[in-house]
Write a protein that binds this ligand. Structure first.
Ligand code: ADE
Length: 228
């Protein structure tokens, strides 16, 4: 998978993809994230990417030309399944969206800034708008990093068995159960016996019940319409 992220602040995306699981995904040749500076697609010394809004009002609007040029350059190299725009107006990101997007080959993610993009960018290029929650970030970059991370870790081969995505919170519609490691007792706090019993069926059953209990307590909304 190729994920190409278009931004006016590439520095914000320098860190996340060169570490840990995301770096391993790239090293293994499974997923490559490339960050593109929108200013490289501008003309003139100013390298201008935004301008005043027609009709007035506070805040600048990202212009269509540099975005169009950048997208055209990317599309001349490969085909893309989607052009995603990160925006608080988008559909709220969740695990099922991450699952769906992890099956795609190539994605472009456009990060909004200022007052957002000229509406014609949305009309002409954007196939999906994603928000990571009901709050406003200063730009779409951190949101794009969240989305790319959630997608990439689901691609087969990225995680090893120990970190398998199948047992993540939300993957089965429930929160994950509590986990423990050594020591088996810490200041009088004991690990549940069953987890050390070696009885796999009982362990699985305990984990399922603990998941349901935790979900009921913390996120009862996830259980609506489901028998438990
Ligand atoms: N850009 C600004 N706020 C955002 C949000 N909540 N989600 C996605 N992109 C954003």
């Amino acid at each position: 998978m190729h994920i190409d992220i278009i931004t006016v602040v590439p520095g914000l995306l320098e860190g996340p993809f060169s570490h840990s699981i995301l770096k391993r995904a790239e090293d293994k040749g499974i997923a490559k994230v490339k960050v593109h500076n929108l200013r490289d697609y501008t003309e003139g010394k100013q390298r201008q990417v935004d301008d005043y809004a027609f009709g007035g009002g506070a805040g600048m609007v990202m212009m269509i030309e540099p975005i169009a040029k950048c997208i055209a350059a990317l599309k001349s190299e490969r085909e893309y399944d989607e052009v995603i725009y990160m925006s608080p107006d988008g559909k709220t990101f969740n695990q099922s969206m991450a699952n769906e997007l992890s099956l795609k080959q190539n994605l472009i993610i456009l990060c909004g800034h200022y007052k957002g993009v000229d509406e014609r960018v949305r009309e002409k290029y954007i196939t999906r708008e994603i928000s990571i929650g009901d709050y406003v970030l200063s730009g779409g970059e951190l949101a794009a990093a969240v989305v790319a991370d959630a997608i990439i870790r689901l691609i087969p081969g990225v995680l090893n068995d120990e970190t398998s995505a199948l047992t993540d919170s939300f993957q089965d519609g429930l929160l994950a159960p509590p986990v423990y490691t050594r020591p088996s007792e810490y200041e009088g706090m004991k690990v549940p016996e069953v987890l050390m019993s070696g009885h796999q069926a009982k362990i699985e059953n305990w984990r399922f019940e603990a998941s349901v209990r935790r979900t009921k307590e913390r996120r009862p909304d996830l259980l609506q319409g489901r028998e438990t």
